[in-house]
Design a protein around this ligand. Structure first.
Ligand code: AMP
Length: 195
């Protein structure tokens, strides 16, 4: 059996939050979502929240140093010792370097990277739906466009790094929630990652 040290990557609106939560539940590992951490801090009005609110609302990236420190702290918690699922981090090559330094120091590495593949039109229509349902401050047209552009220019390149390491599974992200979960579960099982 291989330890579940996972990353889920996909454009905004690909369903990575939903699928990440399902996979974490099934494997009994915590999801570490930087977006969720930031949003919770904004909601609670913490010092961190005040610092990042304008950045997030504009659809820009929070500085790497701050983001990587938050993830390191979270991964050092006992519940992440046996495995974890990262959602939304690393998001650029600098953060890949930060995560590598941290994991290598523990003699660990990511064991699978799930790339959720969804056509651009589909993610934009899912995002508009989410904007209407959840009222997220950053789900406005300008911010969505910026986030998708940042995904293409900064986040997509991290997949090349992980592809070279042979850990990427490309999953078709179009289908019912159950179908997509099933595809991810099967890809992980092929790597020896099971509940
Ligand atoms: P998400 O929920 O993953 O789409 O994240 C929402 C917002 O939080 C992003 O648009 C960024 O402003 C910020 N954020 C989340 N994760 C990161 C990260 N790894 N690096 C920088 N900013 C991030």
């Amino acid at each position: 059996m291989t330890a579940a040290r996972l990353l889920i990557v996909g454009p905004q609106g690909s369903g990575k939050g939903t699928q990440g939560a399902r996979i974490s539940d099934a494997l009994g590992i915590p999801t570490v979502s930087t977006g969720d951490v930031f949003r919770a801090n904004v909601k609670d009005g913490t010092e961190l929240g005040l610092k990042v609110k304008a950045i997030i609302d504009a659809g820009d990236l929070v500085p790497d140093e701050l983001t990587s420190a938050i993830v390191r702290d979270r991964l050092e918690q006992p519940d992440a010792a046996a495995g974890f699922l990262l959602d939304g981090y690393p998001r650029n090559l600098g953060q890949v370097g930060d995560l590598d330094a941290f994991l290598t120091g523990r003699g660990e590495a990511l064991t699978a990277v799930i790339e959720l593949s969804v056509p651009r039109d589909e993610s934009i229509s899912r995002l508009s739906l989410r904007a209407a349902e959840q009222g997220r401050a950053d789900d406005n047209e300008e911010s969505i466009a910026k986030r998708l552009a940042i995904y293409e220019s900064e986040t997509a390149p991290i997949l090349d790094v992980y592809r070279e390491r042979g850990v990427v599974d490309v999953i078709d992200g179009v289908g019912t929630l159950d179908e997509i979960t099933e595809r991810i579960t099967a890809a992980l099982a092929a790597r020896g990652i099971t509940a």
